[in-house]
Design a protein around this ligand. Structure first.
Ligand code: PGA
Ligand code: ZN
Length: 435
């Protein structure tokens, strides 16, 4: 007998994210049409700092409380309009449910209800449905597609908008490209992270961490950061380029100065005592040079979110050699991704569910990417919650890669720990676990 899961209740509240800013948490209660059992699913929404200009609207109250960042309006939209629209609807059909959410909002960018309101309900409904059907979330979302655990791209050194140091490029990540399992890869990365801390300490550099848990010392330029990373990899007994490769998220939209038509490097300028700016061509050559000197395999947001022309040139020059990931460029939006595919801009997409606001749309972006040979990386935001939902998404869609910060700060570690549990569920306990 086909089981239906009619929505019986929808409720949201304002909670805090990892930066102490308000965000939306929702609960959706569904009834199992066969057993009558009531099941409640809960999910919460993350929030970015280096937010792309084309992301769906994150609705903030703009009042005095929480410096304008309250989300009481978004919460109220869940508790009134979305609740009214969804009561009685079947939560086991995510697509129809999300269409209902889209219709209720009625705008292109979710400015009416807020992408934070929409996504909280979209995710909570999926979790309620999975629980009501007694399926793990990744299996509910992915069905028989659930096979591969993602490789972590672990951000161990933070800069840009995620820290107050002089490092201008936002994220420096390591990837355990030869690890035999997720657990093994996680261990390798965590060991490098600890060795990086030791090296920073020895050199008198700060070991305080940024928003995503990576260290945030003052360093003069990207070369110095990359040298430190290579040193930490070697100290851990691994071969840079063979065992571990490096990924950078430049978050270049944050560096781009429209008036100058160039990229400004404020930290590097301060450390070197003269103004450092780079044109689009300079940026491409700079990345090319960095990738020759260091074992870099992936570059995210190397150029501004509006510079399609630059992205085309970047992809022509480096697309065969590097994974070029569009984050602010694509904002998990199938329409922007289609434009990128058409123009041969980038060759991979970063997937952040709150950039678009419903699971259905995020999954459509993943599908489109895969159909066109673009790699997919599931990603957290710099403002996170304890909800490990993205770990299940990464497995459900066979994303291949996940970006969820350092092995530090529990909102990051929660995702890694969830993946450890999933790996055990899918592949059983390994000998390694029992020695
Ligand atoms: P954000 O950063 O969450 O602050 O946007 C993450 C990223 O740029 O990938
Ligand atoms: Zn990014």
């Amino acid at each position: 007998m086909r089981i239906f899961l009619p929505v019986r209740d929808v409720h949201a509240r304002e909670i805090l994210d990892s930066r102490g800013n308000p965000t939306v948490e929702a609960e959706v209660t569904v009834a199992n049409s066969v057993t009558g059992e009531l099941v409640c699913g809960r999910a919460s929404v993350p929030s970015g700092a280096s937010t792309g200009r084309f992301e769906a609207v994150e609705l903030r109250d703009g009042e005095v409380r929480y410096f304008g960042l309250g989300v009481r309006r978004a919460v109220s939209h869940v508790n009134t309009k979305l609740k009214a629209a969804l009561l009685g609807k079947d939560a086991s059909c995510q697509r129809a449910l999300d269409e209902c959410i889209l219709e209720c909002d009625g705008t292109q960018n979710k400015e009416n209800l807020g992408a934070n309101a929409c996504l909280s309900v979209s995710m909570a409904a999926a979790r309620a449905a999975a629980d009501a059907l007694h399926l793990p979330l990744y299996q509910y979302l992915g069905g028989i597609h659930t096979a591969a655990l993602p490789m972590p791209m672990m951000n161990i050194l933070n800069g840009g908008k995620h820290a107050d140091n002089t490092v201008d490029l936002q994220e420096f990540m390591i990837a355990p490209v030869r690890a035999e399992s997720f657990a093994e890869g996680l261990r390798i990365c965590a060991e490098v992270y600890h060795n990086l801390k030791g090296i920073c300490r020895e050199k008198g550099l700060s070991t305080g961490v940024g928003d995503e848990g990576g260290f945030a010392p003052d360093l003069p330029d990207a070369e110095s950061v990359l040298s430190l990373l290579v040193e930490a990899v070697r100290k851990s007994g691994y071969e840079p380029g063979t065992d571990i490769r490096i990924a950078i998220d430049a978050a270049a939209s944050e560096l781009y100065d429209e008036k100058l038509g160039a990229y400004l490097f404020p930290g590097e300028s301060r450390m070197k005592g003269h103004q450092v700016t780079r044109s689009t061509e300079d940026m491409i050559s700079y990345y090319e040079w960095l990738a020759e000197q260091f074992p870099i395999f992936s570059l995210e947001d190397g150029l501004d979110e509006d510079d399609w022309d630059g992205w085309q040139r970047l992809t022509q020059r480096l697309g065969k050699k590097l994974q070029l990931v569009g984050d602010d460029l694509f904002v998990t939006n199938p329409k922007r991704l289609s434009a990128g595919i058409e123009l041969h801009a980038a060759n991979a997409i970063l997937v952040k569910v709150n950039q678009i606001g419903t699971l259905t749309e995020a999954f459509a972006a993943v599908r489109l990417a895969k159909e066109n040979g673009y790699q997919t990386v599931i990603s957290h935001r710099s403002g996170e919650t304890e909800d490990p939902f993205i770990a299940d998404i990464a497995v459900a869609v066979n994303a291949g890669q996940i970006k969820t910060g350092a092995p530090c700060r529990m909102e990051r570690v929660a995702k890694y720990n969830r993946l450890l549990r999933i790996e055990e569920e899918l592949y059983g306990r390994t000998a390694r676990d029992t020695v």
